[in-house]
Design a protein around this ligand. Structure first.
Ligand SMILES: Cc1ncc(COP(=O)(O)O)c(C=O)c1O
Length: 453
């Protein structure tokens, strides 16, 4: 190990010139190729060329690539350095002390980004490749607004127009992120909106429709295919999005090397799977090569139990059935996700590679109710002074339980968690928690229609 780095009792940092210069592609190391995406009309493997009307060409190439490392363009590296990256690895010693645990708890700090989460890592890459291709406008959807603000931010950097369909209930409940995206110059519409045929149809049926992420995706895709010079951008689930996020885990691996440790447990929260995959895949590479026995734990909401109760099958990514079919763990594209405060975890499906790894037993998943998750967040606030995003708090709940288990057994486990975002724009949710007004949800039954036999 000869990295130029700083190590204190609390933070391990990397010098800027130690930033990884290539992303890691797990498709090179999976025991078998992932099942291909299917064309929604023919149900046959989709010709990647057909996706060129929706995504930038380079992103499609990355989506299907099996190259192990993909070089990060200079312009993207430069934008990463200004976020800033590399982000620190933090040892949560006060939390350890508070829990009286012999376990060591590490957080990889993605909360330091200008919009407050990991989402900028792929937003920057996607905006860059679209600009390089001569695209003028990007369209996307957003739930709670983390992804929308990140893409709006990246579009300002690369001089692209940006339009965002924001799930209506979040548009009303979370004005903070809406305002940030608008300050960056993005157009924001509550979804369902009057801007698309699909949105207008839903509004005719129910003028107060609360919206879902699946509906907002359908609107964004309809907008994309009906406007020249426009492409669509997705903030999670797809291989290329997860690929861009591996900058997180690649940095973390170097930082653990500096400390002279290797995590026994690597955990993170999962909405569509991007932050957790980005953090854990560089470590998973070692496990897939038989070098380590590290445990991988993906944490989700009991209200949206896509990996703990879902079915591993082909499903649509959106509600209007416009997207290619992906083989994934899903609770069905028609699932009406309950209004939990962790908006980023309200998606019916899961990234195909995460789904595969869970299905094959390389990683496991756990699910929590929002009340216990917010209680974990309060412990962290009082132990460390950190206000965590409700999404990220799902993995914090696991970390606390695991650390307490270690207290009983005396195990000195090294627990690593991706701290995917801060919760400073989620204070409305915390206010409801403190007032005792949070509700827990759990579907009684999951029914996933079979689309492909
Ligand atoms: C802070 C934070 N963490 C996690 C997620 C979940 O998304 P993903 O699973 O793609 O990382 C989101 C989504 O918006 C988020 O904002």
């Amino acid at each position: 190990m000869d990295f130029k780095a700083q190590k204190s009792e609390y933070f391990t940092t990397l010098d800027m010139d130690e930033i990884p210069t290539a992303w890691y592609n797990i498709q090179a190391d999976l025991p078998e190729p992932l099942p291909p995406p299917l064309d929604p009309t023919t149900l046959k493997p989709i010709d990647p060329k057909l996706l060129e009307r929706i995504f930038a060409k380079e992103l499609i190439r990355q989506e299907v690539s099996t190259e192990r490392f993909i070089k990060i363009p200079e312009e993207v590296l430069d934008a990463y350095l200004r976020l800033p990256r590399p982000t620190p690895l933090y040892r949560a010693r006060r939390l350890e002390k508070f829990l009286k645990t012999p376990a060591k708890i590490y957080f990889k700090c993605e909360n330091f980004s200008p919009t407050g989460s990991h989402k900028t890592n792929t937003a920057i890459a996607q905006a860059y490749y679209n600009k390089e291709q001569g695209i003028k406008r990007l369209v996307t959807e957003t739930g709670a607004g983390q992804w929308g603000t990140a893409l709006a931010f990246a579009c300002t950097i690369f001089g692209l127009k940006c339009r965002i369909y924001m799930v209506r209930v979040s548009y009303q409940q979370k004005p903070g992120r809406r305002t940030i995206a608008q300050l960056y110059g993005a157009e924001m519409f509550p979804s369902p909106s009057d801007q698309t045929n699909f949105g207008r149809k839903l509004l005719r049926e129910n003028p107060n429709h609360p919206g879902t992420l699946g509906i907002a995706i359908s609107e964004a895709i309809e907008d994309t295919v009906t406007h020249e010079d426009t492409r669509y951008s997705l903030g999670s689930v797809l291989n290329h999005v997860l690929l861009h996020q591996t900058i997180i885990g690649l940095e973390a691996k170097k930082q653990f090397e500096i400390i002279g440790e290797y995590p026994d447990v690597v955990c993170g929260c999962i909405g569509g799977g991007s932050n957790y995959a980005g953090f854990c895949y560089p470590f998973m590479m070692d496990k897939l090569k038989g070098k380590t026995e590290t445990e991988f734990v993906a944490c989700e909401s009991k209200a949206v139990p896509h990996t703990t109760k879902g079915v591993y099958t082909y499903d649509f990514g959106d509600t209007a059935e416009m997207t290619p079919l992906l083989k994934m763990l899903t609770i069905g594209h028609g699932y009406a996700c309950p209004p939990i405060h962790a908006g980023g975890l309200r998606y019916h499906g899961m990234a195909p590679s995460i789904s595969y790894l869970i299905y094959k037993g390389y990683m496991r998943s756990v699910a929590y109710h929002q009340t216990e998750v917010f209680q974990a967040a309060q412990i962290l606030a009082q132990a460390e002074g950190l206000i965590i995003a409700p999404e990220t708090a799902h993995s914090l709940k696991f970390v606390i339980d695991e650390a307490l288990r270690c207290r009983k057994t005396g195990e000195k486990k090294v627990i690593a968690m991706n701290y995917s975002g801060h919760g400073l724009l989620d204070l409305g949710a915390y206010e409801q928690f403190l007032a005792g007004k949070l509700m827990d949800y759990e579907p009684e039954k999951i029914e996933v229609p079979t689309i492909v036999e």
